[in-house]
Structure formats: structure tokens, C-alpha cells
Ligand binder design. Structure first.
Ligand code: GLU
Length: 477
């Protein structure tokens, strides 16, 4: 999608949104500047001998703020990666971590590569070399800088990076905590892969517990039956849409993918579409719904909730006016440009901002990091003890009812559920739900408590910046 000429770059967009928020705060200009700028961006160009010649790759790791360490943020593999983008994403990581009270500073990395052009063994060589370049400068390090997956990377790449770090630091007992988003059998945590999508679901559920916020978006009722258009059925879009469809009764009426879009007023089955994409490399030919080649047009289709979960800048000056959704939840980072944001605000569209909406990923990354440092799986000590106590209670109740000849039985479903102690996945989901709910309440509270705060993004920035400022205060800066 081509943006209008007046459109600011992604980093400028983030700066504009930041400036809008700090204008409402009473910060000294020096502190304001300190929080806004990226502390450092490291660029590396390295060669790997592949396919009979040396191939040169360009990668970045940007550190936005070290008010808390380690700094945290994903590494993306995409041809569009550049310094401006990596810096914008690193800044968003600072505010994202602050808003959900994850004790990290913000960072982000990227490698300019199209991962689909390389075989798995080639990608491994490239990833290990990139990891080596970063690790030798402490840009991968359990206590300094902890990468994670992002667009174009996943568990596999994280496992290679973690192993590369371990080979370079053979005596570091905490080496596994050098990256998150690893496979569970290599030091990962249950629920990390689904985490960002799960967080999007929890964010929407919490929004729908706030009648006043719903009213601002012109929505009523519950999530059940709400019509959603999702852009991008990658890890985040797929999990978010799937959970909203299967557990909350939402109707996914549109799915926009790289090769076009599908539309079906009666709802598309997310799982089926995902399987279709995996087999056919796109949505074209999917047996139900209508296919349109120009997928981005579907962003402008009437729906209750628009869920952009792909690239940045997809809602921009060229299409903001035509958006019909009442509520946008930014599952991707930066899908709405600063210019589009102003137009949408004017139109009364409510936007649940990226720094909060997609913070589920980094939240569960935090749990994984804690797990790696504590060297024990969550729930290992308590699970059976919890189950035994519950069983004791049920047996006592059954004894009392028997002794008093009360005809009283528990439904088998309740019994099973009640007796099951929480394992790692249940604990991760509980921690994530608590995080998403608490953060939303804080942001929404700020939106309502101040008349000059007229949107959730500004409210989220205020909450985040306040937290960064108090860290700096404690540091004595
Ligand atoms: N890449 C994800 C994000 O943008 C996750 C970051 C992390 O887990 O550190 O939030």
C-alpha cells in the first residue's frame, strides 16, 4: 500500500504520537528528549559463504532505553528492515514494557533478508553468524539484551541463537535466558507462541467489560457475534482471530493476506483458512467466501472490529477516511500512521493501541526469562499439593452429605475442573490475563480521568512515560 507523500516515516510517526502525549505532561525538555531518543543502534554487515559465493547481510540491533535492564524486543527477518523501522520498534518496546509492567528497557533488531528465499540449513548459518555478531557485543545477553521472535522469525531461530550464545559462554549457568520464544524443549515456556494473539483476545475482552469505552466506539453487547476483519494470518493474527472465533463467538468476516483477501458475511473458519494458506501459499481459491486480489480494499469494509496484524503503516492518509470499523485493535506494531490516527480520532473511531494490544508476547517472554533464571518450570512445586487440598475438601463434603443423608452430588465436569491443579500453561495464561486486564484498567482510567486525554493511545503513552520517568527518578537522573 503506498502512503501519501506527506506521510511521516514510521519513526517520525512514533515520535509524533509521543510528542502529543508529552505535551500533556509536565516534564523538563531535557528529560523529554532523553526518553524520546534511541540510545544506540548497532549496524552489522557480515558475510556468509553460501551457494558458492560470499553473501553479505545487513542487520541491526537498536537499544531505545536502558532505564531497566535487560532491554527486550524481537528480531525480525524481512527485506523492508531498515534503521528507521528498527528504532521506531525499539521505542515502542520501551513503552510496551512499561505499560504492562514488564521490567525491561526497549530494544529491537532486524535482518534484511527474505527468509523464504533460503533453505533451512542456510538460514541456520546466517542466524548463527548474526547471533555471534550481536552476542560478542553483549547485544544478546541474559542480563543486558534479550531478543525474541518477531515477523519472519520464530522458535527455530531463537533455538539457534540460544545455542550460539551457549557455545560462546559455556560456563554461563543462565545462558538459556539470553533469548525468549524458544521451543519448550529448549528452555521455552508453554503458551509463548500463542501469547500475542491471546493477549489481543484478553485486551478485547477487557474493553468489552468497560461499557463507557464501548459506548465511545458505538458498540454494545458482548463480543459474541461481533464482525471482525483481520489483516495477516501469521502467528499473531491467526491466534487472535482463532481464540476470538472459538471462545468468544466472534464472526471473522474478512481475512486479508499477502495475495489478496477473503470475505464472507457469514464468517470464515480461521483454522481452515490457515490450513489452506499453508498448502496453497495464499488465500486464493479457498472454497468459501469471495476472493479479492486487492486485499487492502477490505480494510475499508464495514465491520465492528478491525484487527490489523501484519505490517506497519497499512492504515495511512490514503485510506483512513474510508475506514468504517468503529474499533481498531492494533495487533501489529504501528499499523496506523500518525496522520491516519488524527483522521480516525476525528471520526470517533476508537483505537486500542499497539503498545498495549500486542504486549502479550513480551509479557510471556518475561515469564520465560524468569523461568530460565529460576531453572524450574512454573507449577512444578504447587500443582499436586493444590490438587490434594481440593480433593480433601471434596471428600469431606461428600462425607458430610453422606453422614447427613443429603442427596447431593457434584457434576463430573465441575469435579474434574476443580480437581485439576494449575500447570505451566494455566499459570502463564492467568499471569497474562491479569497483566492485560490491569494494564487496560490503568489506561482506560487515564482516558476518563483527564479531559485533555481524548484517546486510548495518548492515555497509554501517559501511563508508560510516567513509569519510565519514575525509573529515571529512582536512578537519580
Ligand atoms: N516481537 C514481539 C514484540 O514486538 C515480542 C518481543 C519480546 O517478546 O521480547 O512485542
Amino acid at each position: 500500500m503506498s502512503a501519501d507523500k506527506k506521510e511521516p516515516s514510521f519513526r517520525e510517526s512514533v515520535d509524533l504520537m509521543f510528542n502529543r502525549a508529552v505535551a500533556l505532561m509536565d516534564l523538563s525538555p531535557g528529560l523529554e528528549e532523553k526518553i524520546r531518543v534511541c540510545n544506540a543502534t548497532y549496524t552489522v554487515r557480515f558475510g556468509v559463504r553460501l551457494r558458492g559465493q560470499i553473501q553479505t547481510f545487513t542487520g541491526y540491533r537498536s537499544v531505545h532505553s536502558e532505564h531497566m535492564e535487560p532491554v527486550k524486543g524481537g528480531i525480525r527477518y524481512a527485506m523492508a528492515v531498515n534503521q528507521d523501522e528498527v528504532e521506531a520498534l525499539a521505542a515502542l518496546m520501551t513503552f510496551k514494557c512499561a505499560v504492562v509492567e514488564v521490567p525491561f528497557g526497549g530494544s529491537k533488531g532486524g535482518l534484511r533478508i527474505d527468509p523464504r528465499e533460503w533453505e533451512e540449513d542456510e538460514l541456520e548459518l546466517i542466524t548463527r553468524r548474526f547471533a555471534y555478531e550481536l552476542a560478542k557485543r553483549d547485544l544478546i545477553h541474559p542480563s543486558q539484551n534479550v531478543p525474541a521472535p518477531d515477523m519472519g522469525t520464530g522458535e527455530r531461530e531463537m533455538a539457534w541463537m540460544a545455542d550460539q550464545y551457549r557455545r560462546m559462554n559455556t560456563t554461563d549457568i543462565n545462558s538459556r535466558a539470553c533469548v525468549t520464544g524458544k521451543p519448550v524443549n529448549a528452555g521455552g515456556i508453554q503458551g509463548r507462541t500463542e501469547a500475542t494473539g491471546r493477549g489481543v483476545q484478553y485486551a478485547l475482552q477487557e474493553f468489552f467489560r468497560h461499557p463507557e469505552d464501548m459506548k465511545n466506539a458505538g458498540l454494545e453487547g458482548s463480543l459474541d457475534g461481533k464482525r471482525i476483519i483481520v489483516q495477516g494470518l501469521g502467528n499473531v493474527g491467526y491466534h487472535g482471530a482463532k481464540f476470538l472465533q472459538e471462545e468468544d463467538g466472534c464472526k471473522i468476516i474478512g481475512i486479508i493476506e499477502r495475495d489478496g483477501a477473503l470475505y464472507d458475511e457469514n464468517g470464515l473458519n480461521v483454522e481452515d483458512v490457515r490450513n489452506w494458506i499453508a498448502k496453497h501459499d495464499g488465500v486464493n481459491g479457498y472454497p468459501s467466501g469471495t476472493y479479492t486480489k486487492d486485499g487492502s480494499k477490505l480494510l475499508e469494509q464495514d465491520c465492528d472490529i478491525l484487527l490489523p496484524a501484519a505490517l506497519e503503516g497499512v492504515i495511512n492518509l490514503s485510506n483512513a477516511d474510508s475506514i468504517k470499523a468503529r474499533l481498531i485493535i492494533e495487533a501489529a506494531n504501528g499499523p496506523v500512521t500518525a496522520g491516519a490516527d488524527a483522521i480516525l480520532r476525528e471520526k470517533g473511531v476508537v483505537i486500542i493501541p499497539d503498545m498495549y494490544a500486542n504486549a502479550g508476547g513480551v509479557t510471556v517472554s518475561y515469564f520465560e526469562w524468569v523461568k530460565n533464571l529460576s531453572h524450574i518450570r512454573f507449577g512444578r512445586m504447587q500443582r499436586r499439593q493444590e490438587e490434594n487440598r481440593h480433593r480433601l475438601l471434596l471428600e469431606e463434603l461428600e462425607r458430610i452429605s453422606h453422614d447427613n443423608s443429603i442427596n447431593w452430588t457434584l457434576s463430573p465436569k465441575f469435579r474434574d475442573k476443580y480437581l485439576k491443579g494449575a500447570g505451566e500453561l494455566e499459570l502463564v495464561r492467568s499471569g497474562l490475563e491479569d497483566t492485560m486486564r490491569t494494564a487496560y484498567q490503568e489506561i482506560s482510567g487515564k482516558w476518563h480521568e483527564r479531559e485533555d486525554v481524548t484517546d486510548l493511545r495518548t492515555a497509554a503513552y501517559l501511563v508508560a512515560i510516567d513509569k519510565v520517568v519514575s525509573s529515571y527518578d529512582t536512578l537519580g537522573l
